[in-house]
Design a protein around this ligand. Structure first.
Ligand code: HEC
Ligand code: HEC
Ligand code: HEC
Length: 115
């Protein structure tokens, strides 16, 4: 392939990349609640994409820095628990009484509180 061929190829590749970049891919979000059940004697914690998006959250407010886009990862790493949440990670990034209701409102997340 001559220099001209290489140039044409490179232009074609960059055009394709431009097209891909200018059209951000809108990933579908889970419509069903994601339910966290490692809650001991407390009720499980449902997480609703729909209600968070309705409150104005954008995908990048949570993905990928706070949560991977794969259900169960935060539990698989064993880091999603009240200690890390109180330390300001995961749900605790926002649920600190400033951006969203604080952690003292147990029943806000653990539906109805104790089992
Ligand atoms: C307020 C935080 C938050 C926002 C905003 C958010 N997500 Fe999520 N998302 C989560 C959590 C929490 C999980 C589960 C992660 C885990 O369990 O490790 C998740 C998981 C996912 C998954 C994986 C589902 C599965 O079954 O594995 C996808 C896909 C996803 N989100 C897409 C999106 C998209 C697209 C948006 C924007 C339209 C979005 N999310 C906005 C918190 C959020
Ligand atoms: C990026 C910020 C952010 C993160 C991260 C986040 N939330 Fe929220 N959440 C909000 C905001 C904002 C509201 C609405 C204001 C309020 O209710 O205080 C809200 C509301 C809620 C509500 C009440 C509405 C509903 O869905 O019934 C629940 C429950 C809730 N969050 C649970 C969680 C749980 C559980 C996590 C972690 C898995 C989480 N949130 C992570 C910002 C966040
Ligand atoms: C913003 C949401 C939220 C609030 C508010 C909240 N929790 Fe949690 N809690 C969680 C999540 C998420 C988990 C992790 C569940 C999992 O990993 O399956 C959890 C886990 C737990 C666990 C299991 C053991 C542990 O330490 O992780 C206990 C016990 C618990 N919470 C008690 C409480 C109590 C008591 C309160 C009120 C003082 C409270 N939680 C408030 C979201 C919340």
């Amino acid at each position: 392939m001559g220099l001209r061929g290489v140039c044409i190829l490179l232009s074609a590749v960059s055009l394709a990349m431009l097209a891909a970049c200018s059209q951000p891919r809108q990933e579908p979000y889970p419509v069903e609640n994601i339910v966290y059940t490692e809650t001991g004697s407390m009720m499980p914690v449902p997480f609703s994409h729909r209600s968070h998006l309705a409150k104005g959250a954008a995908c990048q407010d949570c993905h990928p820095v706070i949560f991977e886009m794969r259900q169960g990862m935060a539990d698989a790493t064993k880091r999603l628990n009240m200690k890390t949440i109180y330390e300001g990670d995961y749900c605790g990034v926002c649920h600190n009484g400033k951006k969203a209701f604080g952690l003292e409102k147990c029943s806000g997340c653990h539906l109805g509180g104790h089992m």
